[in-house]
Design a protein. Structure first.
Length: 107
């Protein structure tokens, strides 16, 4: 079984209820349901010119494959935004590492 979830790649706010959730929420969902044989696909659309046929075909081509990825980015800006995220997280860690590294048990 596969669940495809549409998550705005530029969303910085968390939505509640049945509305869109963050990609982090979907990552947690994927970890929780994977042992039950349920696959989650996070579809992260950016700005792209097309109808729904091409994105739907991409989702159908991705889901159900053994070893399918967790994410399917659609549009060059979504792809670049996802690629840039690790660098932003690393910069945050670098800026605050000295404040957080002395909290371990061996400190």
């Amino acid at each position: 079984m596969t669940r495809a979830s549409l998550v705005p790649s530029t969303s910085l706010r968390r939505w509640t209820g049945d509305g869109p959730c963050s990609a982090a929420d979907r990552e947690a969902l994927a970890q929780e349901v994977n042992p039950l044989g349920i696959q989650v696909l996070i579809v992260e659309p950016g700005a792209f010119r097309t109808g729904f046929a091409k994105p739907a075909a991409a989702v159908l081509a991705t889901v159900g494959r053994p070893g399918a990825p967790l994410r399917l980015a659609r549009g060059p800006d979504a792809i670049q935004g996802i690629r840039n995220k690790p660098a932003r997280v690393a910069a945050d860690l670098d800026a605050t590492a000295e404040l957080g590294s002395n909290t371990g048990f061996g400190s």
